[in-house]
Write a protein that binds this ligand. Structure first.
Ligand code: FAD
Length: 438
């Protein structure tokens, strides 16, 4: 059985008509459904950035690849996210050092930088038009963020030779963002923002050119080990293969058994306003950076190429998706930008992502022939591209860099399928309260 007592997570929401990205990109054709049993060297499950980038990198090594997606390519978080392309992980670097030690922390940092460079390289190499813009600004919601920002920038410069952080004081941040919410800021000129679905379609098109067979509307219910091969079941059809790559992230459910307990699937929501003119947009965010704040439940936002405010924020933890998240997100946007409250909201959608306890990604393999990568904890645009590259290295025998990630220990979220959501919600309520008191 794929799920327990409820619809699979990939059937929990159906809000693609409300998704700005779907409405601003040209879908490419894939095979509409698997309607026969087939053979492949490698079967990839999940048509998000993890699955598609794995397909692309592996197809370049000459493997015969079949990719199976339950819904549509880019239907999951990869076609719904905030589009922030950052190298850092969802932790400040000193915290990573405390957890892993300086050497491993440095290696992790370098892999994060490589991940961003890899995305930029792909965009260039495959000529993907996906609205890439430089600069992500972390806006300090609290007064004491200022010392944290200064220390982080100084530490990264000294220890990592990273010179792309710029500290913004009170007047700088007010000049950069027309909101009264922030006290200071940290600009990262090594980070970017982009249209994630256009980027994903660009990679998928390239994978198709390399001979990858991509099937949509084909939910996998089981992966079975046979005597000398693996069998992936999709309704009554099977894919017979030697290796399986699983890239289902927040939508995984129990396809890999208890591995689902190593992360929490959470739902996050974004709105897109009507388009405004360039002067209006520049008055709100002077230099067109993407922005996120320093709270536990963050706001993140930016302008799209056609000058819509794309504002993300607000999370839910129940397995049920908010049917109409518009007011939920709008309330958060109005608090930051009361001057935008009169704008029409043209789109509002959400998606599910996987958060690990330590906020570091979770890679691994079962019996060396079922490989998975997920749990990017809100930093998956760059890391999932890197995951594809590292999975292809692993498959071709160069396992070190994949093992680097797979050796990171992940805590199990307690409570099993029925109680872990309430347990997690209570933990988050604590952090929300801390934010409130702060
Ligand atoms: C609202 C939101 C905002 C975000 N903002 C950012 C951001 O600004 N920057 C950033 O770096 N990250 C962000 N993220 C996270 C980022 O989008 C994800 O980490 C990343 O897209 C994960 O890619 P993936 O391919 O692993 O998973 P997904 O893109 O979720 O793809 C998984 C796919 O697997 C399919 N699937 C699941 N089960 C099965 C099955 N049994 N059979 C077949 N197919 C199956 C699903 O249908 C889905 O299409 C955000 C996420 C959300 C939801």
């Amino acid at each position: 059985m794929l799920h327990f007592n409820k619809k699979p997570t990939f059937e929990q929401h159906d809000n693609e008509k409300e998704n700005y990205y779907q409405n601003s990109s040209t879908k490419i054709d894939f095979i509409s459904k698997l309607e026969d049993s087939i053979d492949a060297d490698i079967c990839i499950i999940g048509g998000g950035l993890t699955g598609i980038s794995s397909a692309l990198y592996l197809s370049k090594k000459g493997y015969k690849i079949v990719l199976i997606e339950a819904r549509k390519i880019g239907w999951g978080a990869s076609g719904r996210n905030g589009g922030q392309l950052g190298g850092g992980l969802r932790k400040d670097q000193k915290e990573v050092e405390n957890k892993l030690g300086i050497n491993q922390a440095k290696e992790l940092w370098n892999l994060g930088i490589e991940a961003v460079e890899e995305v930029k390289e792909n965009i260039k190499k495959y000529n993907i038009d996906c609205d890439l813009v430089n600069g992500v600004l972390t806006a300090g919601y609290y007064k004491d963020d200022e010392s944290y920002f200064k220390n982080e920038a100084e530490h990264l410069l000294k220890q990592y030779n990273y010179d792309k952080y710029y500290f913004l004081n009170f007047s700088d941040i007010r000049e950069e963002i027309d909101s009264k919410k922030y006290y200071s800021g940290l600009l990262n000129k090594g980070s970017y923002h982009l249209h994630p679905l256009k980027y994903l379609y660009g990679l998928a098109k390239e994978a198709k050119k390399n001979g990858v067979k991509i099937y949509e509307n084909s939910p996998v219910s089981k992966i079975s080990k046979k005597s000398d091969f693996l069998e992936v079941s999709i309704n009554k059809y099977k894919v017979k293969c030697n290796l399986v790559v699983v890239g289902c992230n927040g939508y995984l459910d129990n396809l890999l058994g208890n591995i689902r307990n190593k992360f929490m699937p959470i739902n996050n929501y974004i709105l897109a306003t009507e388009s405004v003119n360039q002067d209006y947009a520049s008055a709100i965010i002077k230099n067109n950076y993407a922005v996120c704040d320093t709270r536990f439940i963050i706001d993140y936002y930016r302008f799209s190429k056609d000058n819509r405010m794309l504002f993300g924020g607000g999370e839910t933890f129940t397995s049920k998706f908010l049917e109409n998240p518009k007011n939920f997100v709008k309330k958060r946007m109005n608090k930051v930008f009361p001057q935008l409250s009169k704008l029409k909201i043209d789109f509002c959608w959400g998606g599910t992502l996987a958060i690990t306890v330590n906020r570091l990604p979770s890679f691994g393999s079962l019996n060396n022939n079922i490989i998975y990568a997920h749990g990017y904890s809100g930093h998956g645009v760059a890391l999932s591209t890197l995951a594809g590259k590292l999975i292809s290295e692993y498959v071709t025998g160069n396992k070190d860099r994949f093992h680097f990630f797979s050796s990171i220990q992940h805590q199990t979220i307690p409570g099993g399928d029925f109680v872990r959501r309430p347990i997690y919600s209570s933990a988050v309520a604590y952090y929300k309260l801390r934010d409130f008191i702060h």
